[in-house]
Design a protein around this ligand. Structure first.
Ligand code: ZN
Length: 624
């Protein structure tokens, strides 16, 4: 539901974002139309409570159906219908408290309600664990005959087909129960990582070059690497911060290999040939998509190295170190009021057509976006769809060009959710991670094109290009490199080979050499980035989604902006159809219908082309 916006913990090298200055407008002083209208979901907490009572009743109703699903088509359809109603209400109950909590995490009644709905979700998961085994036990032929005979089954057809496709990986009831006894233990490794990397982490003290002593947190490091003109200070900050992780590398190596060993145990238990197939099979993504991505990205690192060499020249450096990677080129001194951001974004997205723009108007009309920073408000940004209501966007709008870009990104998710909810039945409205970042990245690309075309300031254009290039490298190359690392790690475990910090460091070094060649100075701390990528520990085989989504959006950008007017129009219509299709098919198939074949090298090569084009533009600006 919640789409992850920022690519957190990209690495120290390409840390995104910087500390914002003092907020210009705070939530407390903001006009009402710059705040969420949560009454669109529930008019009062009584209504929320009533719905919670209602889902409890529905759960009892569903539990009472145990043993009846396969009896006849009426029973099965009744189960699906009640289950849909049940899930729709849970969605609303959950999102309402989630959004409230984002606005004020300190309100005890809000967090209490959040815990109540979370607890109910866990309880209902356990109470309904019999459903999948019971469904799979109905012969596929029987089910499909029922589905074909009654159009009311249409929304469930795809889910049922997918379930039968995966049936060889559903264990017999007793075995399933045995495996479920260990499900809590599979989370141990990732929770230890959170404790070691976050809870027990003590950020080092750091003396800045002006004599101030600061705590070197990640945002502070990012600030220094972005804005400090004192190279020596950047070096000290990078080394101090990294040394703090280096000191824990053996613990981190033990944790990451536990994660991989757990993956391997589950893959074997569920009869998958390896961990990669186990991870991709749920969405029916061919292993070749993953393998092609890392192969083609690794082989096409030339533009990445070209960019670093260009930066080296602009920054007048004899050598290029890990602490030089974030220094911004060009400056954007101007700020963008929220109203300006709205009109810039509208201008940028106009090529997407009337239907899309009508959606944007609704989203910007007030009540959907919580715009400004607040004292107890969650930081960052996200978009959350609430089926049957409308999506909500959280921003911490600070008037920077970055904030405009984030807003365009989140509006991409919001439009995707809006189109999917309006055009899909509940069962297939939600889209997979594999396609989730396409609409958001694509909006960012259109925004860049528009701002570059309309900017009258050379420095601003340089800064925009630099930012876009960094975002491309961070989302695509960096994540492909990490995906490659993850696969190598898991293969070692599958083959029974040893894993320790030394081995992991040398694996990362090899990949750094593949991607960066000799453009960046060798430094031992460059090879310990694996200790800092939270996704490796919490969401195995996840980072590749960032790279594939980026590639898909680059390819769509290529299709919509080049070719004959007729070809462009067709490409645009296919893209809008993709946004409307929710999760009604396997994600690779959905993208294929939008003209993007993720099993080919086309999308990946489109990113390579895009990067070269952006560097060309940057070079032109620098010469002017
Ligand atoms: Zn996103």
């Amino acid at each position: 539901m919640k789409k992850i916006t920022t690519i957190i913990l990209l690495s120290v090298f390409w840390l995104a974002g910087a500390i914002a200055g003092e907020p210009v407008i705070t939530r407390e002083k903001a006009p009402e139309d710059a705040k969420w209208r949560l009454t669109d979901i529930y008019g009062s907490i009584e209504m929320w409570n009533n719905d919670l009572t209602r889902v409890n009743g529905l759960l009892d109703e569903l539990v009472a159906m145990k043993g009846t699903l396969g009896k006849d088509s009426k029973n099965l359809l009744r189960y699906f219908t009640v289950s849909d109603e049940f899930e729709k209400i849970i969605y609303k109950l959950y999102c309402y408290t989630y959004l409230q909590r984002s606005l004020d995490s300190r309100d005890p009644s809000v967090s209490e309600n959040f815990q109540r709905i979370r607890a109910f979700m866990v309880k209902s998961g356990q109470a309904l664990s019999w459903v999948t085994p019971e469904l799979v036990a109905i012969p596929e032929q029987t089910t499909m005959k029922w589905v074909a005979a009654d159009p009311a089954f249409k929304p469930y057809k795809f889910g049922l087909e997918n379930m039968y496709r995966l049936q060889e990986h559903v264990l017999p009831g007793e075995q399933e129960q045995l495996v479920s006894c260990f499900s809590g233990m599979s989370e141990i490794a990732s929770s230890i990582y959170t404790e070691v990397a976050i809870s027990d982490n003590v950020n080092p003290k750091f003396v800045r070059s002006n004599g101030d002593t600061v705590v070197l947190s990640r945002p502070m490091l990012s600030n220094i690497l972005n804005f400090s003109n004192d190279r020596e200070e950047r070096k000290r900050a990078y080394e101090t911060f990294s040394a703090n992780y280096k000191a824990r590398e053996n613990t981190m190596a033990a944790i990451i290999s536990s994660v991989a060993k757990t993956n391997n145990a589950y893959a074997q238990a569920y009869k998958f040939p390896n961990t990669l197939e186990a991870a991709l099979n749920g969405n029916n993504i061919p292993v070749s998509v993953y393998e092609n991505l890392i192969k083609v990205a690794g082989e096409n690192s030339a533009p990445l190295q070209r960019y670093i060499n260009l930066r080296k020249k602009i920054l007048k450096l004899d050598d290029y170190a890990p602490w030089d990677g974030n220094v911004a080129l060009g400056t954007v001194t101007r700020t963008y009021s929220y109203d300006e951001a709205k009109s810039i974004i509208k201008g940028a997205l106009k090529p997407l057509g009337k239907e899309y723009m009508a959606g944007i108007d609704r989203a910007l009309n007030g009540g959907w976006i919580d715009v400004y920073e607040g004292s107890a408000k969650e930081t960052g940004a996200y978009s959350m769809g609430v089926y049957g209501v409308h999506p909500y966007i959280l921003l911490n709008y600070d008037q920077t060009v970055n904030a405009v870009s984030t807003m365009a990104h989140e509006l991409g998710h919001t439009m995707h959710s809006m189109f999917s909810s309006a055009n899909q039945p509940f069962k297939t409205h939600d889209y997979s991670t594999f396609v989730a970042e396409v609409a958001s990245n694509f909006n960012e690309e259109l925004l860049l094109d528009y701002m570059l075309a309309n900017s009258t300031n050379r420095e601003e254009r340089i800064a925009l290009l630099d930012q876009a290039i960094n975002s491309l490298i961070g989302s695509f190359y960096r994540q492909s490199q990490f995906a490659d690392f993850e696969l190598r790690l898991n293969r070692r475990i599958e083959n029974g080979e040893p894993v320790n910090a030394t081995i992991l460091n040398s694996m990362m070094k090899e990949l750094n050499d593949t991607y960066y060649g000799n453009t960046v100075m060798q430094h031992p701390y460059r090879d310990i980035t694996w200790t800092q990528i939270m996704h490796f520990y919490n969401l195995p085989y996840y980072v590749y989604n960032y790279a594939t989504s980026y590639a898909a959006s680059a390819r769509i950008h290529e299709l919509i902006t080049t070719g004959t007017p007729k070809e462009r129009e067709t490409a645009l219509q296919n893209y809008i159809t993709l946004l409307k299709s929710g999760g009604n098919d396997y994600p690779v198939e959905q993208l294929k219908k939008a003209g993007v074949d993720m099993t080919s090298t086309g999308p990946t090569l489109a990113v390579v082309k895009r990067l070269n084009e952006l560097i060309d533009k940057l070079e032109t600006e620098l010469k002017s």
